[in-house]
Design a protein around this ligand. Structure first.
Ligand code: SAH
Length: 391
C-alpha cells in the first residue's frame, strides 16, 4: 500500500481527529499514487496515522477513513453506515434524516439522505465515488429500500475530476416522494429539487415557530417548497405570504399547501426577495412575523464580506417590516460565517434599523447533522428567532 508521510507541523490537527491532508502538508509519498486508492498515512516520526483515500487532483490530497490498520472493504462500509444509523435511531431521527453526514460520520465526502423508504446519495470525492456500488449494496442490505437515487450533479465533483451526474441507483421509481414532517405532508422532488430535494437540517427549527405565529400575519422569504410557511399556517397563522425567486419552487410550495389543506392561508409568489423586502418596506407593509432562510451567500472565504452585507441588508429590511413586538426568524447556512459573526451582523442590522431586540432562541441544524468540534464545516447552520421592538 502506498505510504504518505506528513510534515511535522500538521501532526496535531490530524492527531486531534481532523481527517483532511492537503497536498502541501506531506513530506514524501512512497509508492504509486492512483486517484481514489486507499493509502496509509504516517506522521513525520513514522507513527501510523490512519488509512484513507488519495486524489492528487484534489486540493485535499487524502481524506482519512480510519485510524486503525483495518481493511477498507464491504464490511468496513457496512459497519460505518450501521453506526450512522444507530446514532440516528438513538437520537430519534428515523423516518426522514440525514443518514450519513460525511466527515461527521467518519465517511468523508459521503452524504446520504433518507426520506422514509427512499435514499438520496452524494459521493463528492473520487475516493468515495469508487465505493458507490458498495454503499448501494449496504443500503439494500440494511433497509431494503423502495428506491435509491444519486444527486451527484454538484460542481464540487469537478474539482475531484468527477463528472456531474444524477440518476437511479436502483430500479426506477416515481421521484416525487411524499414525506411527513411534524404532522404535515410534503412532496420531495428528489430528481429536480435543490441539493438532495429537501432541507432536512431545518426539521426541528420549523417546530420552533409554533407559538410566535399564532394569529399572525407572516412573510416568509426564500421559501423553497414552502416548508416554514406551511408550518406557520398549521400553527395558527392568519395569513402567510411566501416568496421565492424560483417559479419551480413556488409551484411546489403551492402544491404542498394544497396537500395540507392550507392553501386558503398560504400564498406563494415568484419574486426576488431583495426587491420585495425593499419595495414592501417603502410601501410600509407590516407583518407580525418575518422569516428569512436564504441560500449560502458565499462558498469562498474571499466573499465573506459580501455575504455579510447581504445578511445585514435582508435582516435590516426584515426588521423594518415588523410591527413593534413582532418576531424575526432568520437563518444562515454557510459555515464560513460562524455563529458569533452572524449574531454581530444581526445586532448591527438592529442598530441601523433603530430597533430593540431580544433573543428568543438560537439553534443550529438538527442532530441528524451532528457537529464535530474542530471540524468547522460541520457547524454550518445558524437559526435565530428574535423579538423586534421599536425603541
Ligand atoms: N426555507 C427553505 C429552504 C430555502 S433554500 C426550506 O426550509 O426548505 C433557499 C431558497 O432561496 C431557494 O429556494 C432559492 O430558490 C431561493 N432564492 C435564492 N435567491 C433568492 C432571491 N434573491 N429571492 C428569493 N428567493 C431566492
Amino acid at each position: 500500500m502506498t505510504k504518505v508521510y506528513l510534515k511535522r507541523k500538521i501532526a496535531p490537527r490530524i492527531a486531534n481527529g481532523h481527517p483532511w491532508v492537503y497536498g502541501n502538508e506531506t513530506e514524501k509519498i512512497v509508492g504509486e499514487v492512483r486517484p481514489g486508492d486507499i493509502v496509509e498515512v504516517y506522521y513525520w516520526d513514522q507513527k501510523f496515522a490512519g488509512r484513507g483515500y488519495i486524489n492528487p487532483q484534489s486540493q485535499i490530497l487524502v481524506r482519512l477513513l480510519t485510524r486503525k490498520k483495518e481493511e477498507i472493504n464491504e464490511a468496513f462500509f457496512y459497519n460505518r453506515i450501521m453506526e450512522a444509523w444507530n446514532y440516528r435511531r438513538k437520537t430519534g431521527y428515523t423516518e426522514n434524516c440525514r443518514l450519513v453526514f460525511g466527515e461527521a460520520d467518519l465517511l468523508p465526502a459521503l452524504v446520504i439522505d433518507k426520506f422514509n423508504d427512499y435514499f438520496v446519495i452524494q459521493t463528492l470525492s473520487m475516493g468515495m465515488d469508487v465505493w458507490k456500488p458498495t454503499i448501494v449494496d449496504t443500503l439494500e442490505k440494511i433497509f431494503s429500500p423502495k428506491g435509491i437515487y444519486e444527486r451527484n450533479d454538484v460542481p464540487v465533483r469537478e474539482l475531484e475530476g468527477l463528472p456531474m451526474q444524477k440518476g437511479f441507483l436502483s430500479v426506477p421509481f416515481d421521484t416525487n416522494i411524499l414525506i411527513n414532517e411534524n404532522g404535515l405532508k410534503f412532496y420531495v422532488d428528489i430528481e429536480n429539487g435543490q441539493k438532495t430535494g429537501y432541507f432536512l437540517d431545518q426539521q426541528d427549527n420549523r417546530r420552533a415557530i409554533q407559538h410566535i405565529v399564532k394569529d399572525a400575519e407572516v412573510l416568509g422569504a426564500f421559501t423553497y417548497t414552502g416548508t416554514f410557511e406551511i408550518h406557520a399556517a398549521h400553527y395558527g397563522a392568519k395569513k402567510v405570504t411566501g416568496i421565492d425567486i424560483s417559479e419551480n419552487a413556488v409551484a411546489q410550495a403551492n402544491r404542498n399547501a394544497q396537500l395540507n389543506g392550507l392553501d386558503s392561508i398560504c400564498t406563494f409568489e415568484a419574486m426576488n426577495a431583495f426587491d420585495v423586502l425593499k419595495t414592501w418596506g417603502k410601501e410600509k407593509r407590516q407583518y407580525d412575523v418575518v422569516m428569512l432562510d436564504p441560500p449560502a451567500f458565499t462558498k469562498s472565504r474571499e466573499n465573506i464580506e459580501k455575504a455579510l452585507t447581504g445578511y445585514k441588508e435582508i435582516n435590516l429590511r426584515g426588521m423594518k417590516l415588523l410591527r413593534s413586538g413582532g418576531f424575526l426568524v432568520t437563518s444562515s447556512c454557510t459555515n464560513l460565517v460562524h455563529p458569533g459573526l452572524f449574531l454581530e451582523t444581526i445586532e448591527a442590522a438592529a442598530r441601523d434599523a433603530g430597533k430593540r431586540i431580544r433573543q428568543v432562541c438560537f439553534n443550529t441544524q438538527s442532530a441528524d447533522h451532528p457537529i464535530v468540534w474542530g471540524l468547522e464545516n460541520t457547524n454550518y447552520l445558524k437559526f435565530l428567532i428574535i423579538e423586534v421592538s421599536d425603541r
